[in-house]
Design a protein around this ligand. Structure first.
Ligand code: PLP
Ligand code: SF4
Length: 353
C-alpha cells in the first residue's frame, strides 16, 4: 500500500508542533520573554518536519517560522493590507474580481509563517466556522457570475478529508462554478498531508487546480517533491505563489534555483508577490526594484516556464497588478527601440504590414 511520503500520519506530526516560546528560546539561545511577547500577539506553530529543515540560526527556513521581536517593535503596516474585509459580502469570503471569489475555509496552517498577510487572523478559531462556510456557499450559489472559487485560509488542506469532501461536493453541485482552486502551503510545510487518500478525493472534483507556496530551494526536500508529484499524478495542475522576502529569497540566484527546482517536481511558478504591507512583517519588505531585478535576471536567461508574474496586491483592495522590467527603450514614429535580455538593442516595426 502506498501511504503518505513518510510513515507517521500527518495528524500526529502536526500534534507535535512547537507552539510555546520556551523550547524555541532554549534551542536557539533566544530571550524567552521577548519571544513570548511576540507569540502572545501572533501565534507560533512549527511542526517537527518544518523545524527539522532549519540548518542554522537565521537561515531562510528559520526566518520564515521563528518569531522575531521586530514583529511587535516595528509598527509599520496595516491590519488588513488588502482590505479583504471591506470587499467581504459575508465573513470569510472576498469578492473583489468580477468572476471569482476568495473563500476562507480553514483558520489553521501547518506552520504559521511570520510574514503572513493574514497574521492578525490565522490560528484564531473565530476566523472561520461552519456558519461562515455555509454563508459563503450560499453567497456563491446566489451569484451566477462566480465561475472560479479559490479556497484558502488558513490552509484548506488542514481540514479532514471528510470535511474537505463536503465543501468540494457542495461547490461542484453549483452549476456556474467552473473552476475550483485550492491555495495550500502543506506540500511545502507538511508534505505528509498529501496522502493517496487525499489525492483520490481531490481528483473527483476536476477541473481542480492547486497553488502551493514555496519560498526557498531548501524547502524542496524529497518529501515535498513526492507530495507535489503525487498531486500532479492525480491530474491536478500545480502552481506556486512565492513571496519575495528580505533575507529569505531576495536574490536572483536563489530565486532561479527555486523556480527551476519547482519545475522538476511539476510545479509551474505562477506569482512572485511583493510582500504585502501587513503590520508585523516590515522586516521582510524589499524595495519594489528588487522584484523587477529578479524577473529581469530570469527572463531569457532561463526557460519561460520558470517565470512567475511579479505582482503586488494593492493596499486598499485594488487587486493584483503585474510589474515587468522595461524592455522598450524608445518609440519612434514607425518603430520601437527595444533591449533584449542581454542588453542588446533592436528595432521592431510598429505595424509590420
Ligand atoms: C488573488 C485573489 C484572487 C485570484 O486572483 P488570480 O489573479 O485569478 O489568481 C481572487 N480573489 C481575491 C480576493 C484575491 O486576492
Ligand atoms: S500558510 Fe499561508 S495562510 Fe498560513 S501562515 Fe503561511 S502564509 Fe499565512
Amino acid at each position: 500500500m502506498n501511504s503518505g511520503p513518510a510513515d507517521s500520519p500527518w495528524e500526529e506530526i502536526l500534534a507535535e508542533s512547537v507552539t510555546g516560546a520556551g523550547m524555541i528560546a532554549e534551542l536557539f539561545g533566544l530571550d524567552a520573554d521577548e519571544l513570548k511577547s511576540v507569540t502572545e500577539r501572533y501565534p507560533m506553530r512549527i511542526n517537527p518536519y518544518y523545524l527539522g529543515l532549519i540548518r542554522r540560526k537565521h537561515d531562510p527556513i528559520y526566518r520564515q517560522c521563528i518569531p522575531d521581536i521586530r514583529e511587535i517593535r516595528l509598527d509599520d503596516g496595516l491590519d488588513d493590507p488588502l482590505a479583504e474585509e471591506a470587499f467581504s459580502p459575508v465573513p470569510g469570503l472576498t469578492h473583489r474580481y468580477p468572476d471569482r471569489v476568495l473563500f476562507l475555509v480553514s483558520a489553521s496552517c501547518a506552520m504559521y509563517c511570520r510574514f503572513c498577510n493574514r497574521k492578525r487572523k490565522v490560528g484564531r478559531p473565530s476566523m472561520v466556522n461552519d456558519a461562515t462556510i455555509e454563508a459563503g456557499l450560499a453567497y456563491i450559489r446566489r451569484h451566477e457570475e462566480i465561475r472560479d472559487v479559490l479556497l484558502s485560509g488558513g490552509d484548506p488542506l488542514l481540514l479532514s478529508d471528510e470535511r474537505l469532501g463536503e465543501i468540494l461536493s457542495a461547490l461542484r453541485a453549483i452549476s456556474h462554478v467552473e473552476i475550483i482552486r485550492i491555495g495550500s502551503r502543506v506540500p511545502c510545510t507538511l508534505p505528509h498531508r498529501i496522502t493517496q487518500r487525499l489525492t483520490d478525493l481531490l481528483k473527483q472534483f476536476h477541473p481542480l487546480y492547486l497553488n502551493t507556496h514555496f519560498n526557498h530551494p531548501d524547502e524542496l526536500t524529497p518529501e515535498a517533491g513526492a507530495a507535489c508529484v503525487r498531486l500532479a499524478d492525480a491530474g491536478i495542475p500545480l502552481g506556486c505563489q512565492t513571496v519575495l522576502l528580505r533575507g529569505v529569497n531576495d536574490d536572483p540566484g536563489t530565486m532561479r534555483e527555486l523556480m527551476q527546482k519547482l519545475l522538476m517536481v511539476r510545479v509551474r511558478p505562477y506569482y512572485l508577490f511583493q510582500a504585502d504591507l501587513a503590520r508585523g512583517t516590515a522586516h521582510f519588505w524589499t524595495p519594489l526594484e528588487k522584484g523587477i531585478e529578479i524577473i529581469r535576471e530570469l527572463q531569457g536567461h532561463t526557460s519561460g516556464l520558470c517565470l512567475p508574474h511579479f505582482a503586488i496586491d494593492l493596499p486598499g483592495g485594488g487587486g493584483k497588478i503585474p510589474f515587468l522590467p522595461q524592455y522598450v527603450e524608445s518609440r519612434g514614429s514607425n518603430s520601437l527601440e527595444v533591449k533584449n535580455f542581454r542588453g542588446q538593442t533592436f528595432r521592431y516595426p510598429l505595424s509590420p504590414f
